[in-house]
Design a protein around this ligand. Sequence first.
Ligand code: ZN
Length: 196
Amino acid sequence: MFRRSPQVILTQIFHKIFPPKTQKLPVYQLGNSVLREIAQPISDVSDREIQQLIDEMLITLHESKGVGLAAPQVGRSLQLVIIASHANARYPNAPEMEPMAMINPQIIAHSPEIEKDWEGCLSVPMIRGLVPRYRQIEVEYTDRQGDRQTIKLVDFVARIFQHEYDHLQGKVFLDRVETNRDLFSEAEYHKILQDL
Ligand code: ZN
């Protein structure tokens, strides 16, 4: 156990009486230095500010209709990602899942196979790219209750995770394409989808 300062205790009492409003957060865009920092591990998952951040990221992801979000994208350089696969134009068979908050995640194993497929990013608007990713990964992470978990992810969900995990290392998908020729405008990407 560690002692909390009187100021922290007062803040906690204040928040108990006046719960902070959970609202959508601004998403930081490419060029902001927070997207290039190495995110810090979270030591206390039960911390009220961390739980509040998770709730705000869930709302931000839902309202942005995204499938994944990393804390650095909302300006917090912390090892926290949310993945939330759902069916979309490119992946009509993508599994529907409850959004999952993953704290201090690590990739502990991966398949030898790598697949290239389309990605976009809320922090890189109007650009899509063909990005190589491991097809299958095994991930260890802490859930929002504070329990350490291990999970196997495949295909689209594995891709989402690897994309979000990169954000914790200060990387974006543009850093992962094999050639700049694999980068497309949103309009050209939609033309390709229609031709499929
Ligand atoms: Zn992203």
